[in-house]
Design a protein around this ligand. Structure first.
Ligand code: GAL
Length: 670
């Protein structure tokens, strides 16, 4: 990963949309940026209509003045290609570039992100504006980073138009090689869906009843690949015309909205992984989803430092209810991202808009002005980030891995499953939360990745798993690893075809068991499972008939459809151990299983850290740093393995680090 050019401190700033303001305001903006210690802003994301007011006629004067002004004030620029928002004239000339839904409805101009990524006209226009920007600004001294597009996959993740149909056929030929291979992969013998000619194949548009699941899965892959083609096209122009400037596009890992993009693949294509994260304020502990997003982002960056490009200073305005952040919450959020590998904390947006759809979304400079809590906290955060400059470039230390795969995630959304109550994302959240509350820092990993560095690997409902991934997990365990697998994992291959033989085909060997039949529960039903020392837990959603074939039952169903059968099993294989959890346990209940698996893995329980205090380490050339974030309303103490200097207060810390209620402390260990 490459750092933004010329940035020597942590990135701090936000999306800056000065085109919404008269130029007098720009002067105040840069003065306030200096006051807050802003180091970088993202500009031009939605500026295409201003930069190219008519086809082929450009107006860069305002952007010249803006970049000069930023440079004079020591603020680096993350300059966008505005290709997420083509101008009205473009759509007038090319109405077929507007995306079409699966129901055949063509979207209209008047919002943003209305893009058919297969449209040749869109591709030409996007390449042209990208080239213009690259030629003009390649050598501008303010330029630190290229920000291609905005959040690929949002708000439109797939288009179903005629251009896409033709492009899909080309993609199928290239991917599968022949029509026979497509028929085989899609299982078109079922329901008489066989194709005799590529031209008969259409996108999976609305049908009378359930669509072909393998076709849907391939369409998700195609839509993702098509967006990636367009990203690469822009990136390659920028690399060619502006060498030395890293190129990024802002991801949305771990939010359900960003789920149409396979970030494992995209992470390898960008020069710097950047991410946007917003709190989903539905009453849950929002810091857990934040930590998960940050860990996932770091993982798609291969463990290297990444950058949080957007989050909010306070409330957003696109959820049903948008509470303001509590005092101190913005700093906790920002520094939790930094703890988990972000080399900075940036926001949407710098100055709160007066007009348009996002005027009630918080910003660094709120409508209330600078005599406001938000502004004072922004200024404080700028100072904190300045004090944390030495952590830049260091890497977050992880204790365990959770397997994650977007293809499996797409497959689990297909229809007609054993139960609609099973939610793969919920499983991932629960396993993650359980690990989080054990104070374990987690890397996410692709199922085929090298896992040998992790003592513990957790697999939350990875329904789609290739045989190769199954073999990978087997050799991981044989070589001494500890694996914990949830039900409904390893069931189908990459085309949603059930692996031959009893479930779970890809994992039978490593788990030492087979599953005879699934028996999901009715919505109000719960079952009891009993385990070591007569302990009892309650579970719901899923049961199944497990047959031990080498594994031993550690917990057993006490009632329900699988009464008397194994509920949680352990299999010793080679040097390692594989656990299987055949029912749905909540995060707290999973703790007992993960504690036992942790013992197998030789992970000592992290005592000395209170519940609700997040402790994460970063290490690198400049030393070791311990971040402690107190999400509770009580003052806390965290046991320190070594003494050090607390960077935000400058105080020495030995023995126990005091972390006041709601506060963050970062110790540079001696
Ligand atoms: C992001 C988007 C920004 C802004 C923000 C509001 O998803 O990239 O442009 O809309 O949401 O939360």
């Amino acid at each position: 990963m490459s750092a933004p050019k010329g940035l020597t401190r942590l990135a701090f700033g936000g999306d800056y949309n000065p085109e919404q303001w008269p130029e007098e305001v720009w002067q105040e903006d840069v003065r306030l940026m200096r006051e807050a210690g802003v180091t970088m802003v993202s500009v031009g994301i939605f500026s295409w209509a201003l930069l190219e007011p008519e086809p082929g006629s450009y107006d860069f004067d305002w952007l010249d003045r803006l970049l000069d002004l930023l440079h004079e004030n020591g603020v680096r620029a993350d300059l966008a290609t505005p290709t997420v928002a083509p101008p009205a004239w473009f759509y007038r000339a090319h109405p077929d570039a507007l995306p079409v839904t699966a129901d055949g409805v063509r979207h209209a101009f008047g919002s943003r992100g209305a893009i058919c990524h297969s449209s040749p006209a869109y591709r030409r226009a996007a390449a042209a504006i990208t080239e213009q920007l690259a030629r003009r600004y390649a050598d501008h001294p303010a330029l630190a980073l290229w920000h291609v597009h905005n959040e690929y996959g949002v708000p439109v993740s797939a288009c179903y138009c005629a251009n896409c149909a033709a492009h899909f056929r080309r993609w199928l030929r290239a991917t599968h090689g022949s029509l026979d291979a497509v028929n085989e992969a899609w299982g078109t013998a079922f329901w008489g869906q066989r194709y005799g000619d590529f031209e008969e194949i259409e996108p999976p548009r609305t049908t009378p009843t359930v669509r072909n699941p393998a076709q849907l899965l391939d369409y998700a892959r195609f839509a993702d690949a098509t967006m990636l083609e367009n990203f690469r096209m822009e990136r390659d122009i920028l690399h060619r015309l502006a060498p030395g400037i890293p190129v990024t596009t802002n991801f949305m890992t771990a939010l359900t909205q960003g789920d149409s993009v396979d970030y494992w693949a995209w992470g390898r294509e960008v020069d710097l992984v950047t991410n946007d994260h917003y709190l989903i304020t539905d009453g849950r502990r929002t810091e857990v989803n934040l930590a998960m997003a940050a860990d996932l982002t770091r993982s798609v960056a291969g463990g290297a430092p990444w950058l949080l490009l957007e989050h909010s200073t306070s409330g957003v305005n696109w959820q049903p209810r948008n509470p303001a952040k509590e005092p101190g919450q913005m700093a906790r959020n920002s520094l939790a991202h930094v703890a988990r590998g972000s080399d900075g904390a940036m926001f949407f947006q710098w100055r709160q808009s007066r007009r348009g759809a996002e005027k009630f979304h918080s910003a660094m400079v709120p409508h209330a002005g600078t005599d406001s809590r938000v502004w004072r906290e922004v200024v404080q955060l700028g100072a904190d980030l300045e004090a944390l400059a030495p952590v830049r470039g260091t890497r977050t230390v992880a204790d365990a891995a959770v397997l994650w795969d977007w293809a499996s995630w797409w497959a689990q959304r297909l229809e007609w499953r054993p139960t609609e109550d099973h939610d793969a994302r919920e499983r991932a959240d629960s396993f993650y939360k359980s690990l989080y509350d054990r104070h374990l820092t987690v890397d996410f990993a692709h199922p085929a990745a090298d896992l040998s560095g992790y003592p513990l690997v957790v697999v939350p409902a990875l329904y789609l798993m290739t045989e190769a991934a199954g073999r990978n997990l087997r050799s991981y365990v044989e070589n001494g690893g500890t694996l914990v697998v949830s039900y409904f994992s390893g069931i189908v291959d990459e085309h949603d075809a059930v692996h031959p033989g009893p479930y779970p085909g890809a994992l039978r060997d490593v788990l030492g068991l087979t599953v005879e039949e699934f028996s999901p529960l009715l919505s109000s039903e719960r079952v009891r499972i009993t385990g070591p020392g007569g302990a009892e837990l309650s579970a719901d959603v899923w049961t199944e008939f497990v047959v031990e074939r080498g594994a031993e039952a550690v917990w057993t169903y006490a009632d329900g459809p699988a009464a008397g059968r194994p509920a949680v099993t352990r299999h010793r294989l080679g040097q390692g151990t594989a656990w299987y959890v055949s029912t749905r346990l909540g995060a707290r209940e999973l703790d007992l299983i993960l504690a036992a698996a942790g013992e197998d893995a030789g992970i000592a329980p992290r005592t000395g850290i209170p519940y609700g205090v997040e402790v994460v380490s970063r290490e690198g050339d400049t030393g070791s740093y311990l971040f402690a974030i107190n999400h509770t309303a009580d003052d806390a103490k965290v046991a320190l393995g070594a003494p050090g200097t607390e960077l935000l207060t400058g105080e020495r810390a030995t023995g126990h680090l005091a972390v006041p209620a709601g506060a963050v402390r970062v110790v540079h260990l001696d």
